[in-house]
Write a protein that binds this ligand. Structure first.
Ligand code: SAM
Length: 212
């Protein structure tokens, strides 16, 4: 679907395949965000016209990368990608980790309104949420650069688990910049054993890191 800005970032057929019978619920979440997101400070006015393609459908593209289990979404904010993924993958349990009260209230409200029984919302910063170390996978989008994001999120993941981080087109450069903090991090006992980058859409890359 081309949005109002004329951008076609995610093939509608791909989105329909991923979302299947969850497409309508995803549209409902998008409508809620379009109606209240700006007033609540969740989304800038310039983003409204491209909410569906750039934000919601791009988030949905992560859904096939998740395995049944417990997935944390760090810095969920408006619910991207956390709420979209919880809609797309009812077989996965989600823990949305977000420190800001107003955003937490929005996430709790949306989980209830959309009847998502697979969502738990935790008001915390990632560095204070390490009791969730048993998470199988952790997602994050637009939270911070990889050099800080990897040390922030890796301790939440169980041994053998995975980080699935949404990034812009500069992901490869970010990986290079993250090399030193990742090496230093290894000394503290949590180790990134594999790191790769894939293309999700025109504007979005996914950085996948296995944690040892
Ligand atoms: C730019 S917003 C992005 C929100 C959403 N992921 C998106 O893509 O629209 C960054 C979010 O990360 C949250 N955040 C910042 N530092 C954090 C931390 N240390 N732990 C968890 N969340 C954090 C902020 O409160 C904010 O909601």
């Amino acid at each position: 679907m081309a949005d109002a800005a004329g951008e076609l970032e995610v093939e509608p057929a791909a989105a329909a395949t991923i979302l299947g019978d969850r497409l309508e619920l995803t549209r409902r979440f998008t409508a809620n965000l379009a109606a209240r997101g700006e007033e609540l400070g969740l989304i800038g006015p310039l983003e409204l016209p491209r909410l569906w393609t750039r934000h919601v459908l791009n988030s949905a593209l992560v859904a096939p990368l998740l395995k049944p289990g417990r997935v944390g979404d760090v810095g969920s904010g408006a619910g991207l990608p956390g709420i979209v993924l919880a809609i797309a993958r009812p077989d996965v349990e989600f823990v949305l980790i977000e420190p800001m009260e107003r955003r937490v209230a929005w996430l709790v409200d949306q989980a209830a309104e959309l009847e998502l029984s697979n969502v738990e919302v935790v008001r915390a910063r990632a560095e204070d949420a390490r009791m969730y170390r048993a998470l199988d996978q952790v997602t994050a989008r637009a939270v911070s650069a990889l050099r800080t994001l990897i040390p922030l999120t890796a301790p939440l993941v169980r041994e053998g688990g995975e980080l699935v981080l949404m990034k812009g087109a500069g992901a490869e450069r970010e990986i290079e910049a993250a090399e030193k903090p990742i090496r230093k991090f290894k000394l503290s006992g949590v180790e990134v054993v594999e790191l790769g980058v894939g293309v999700l859409s025109e504007t979005t890359r996914v950085v996948r890191a296995r944690v040892g």
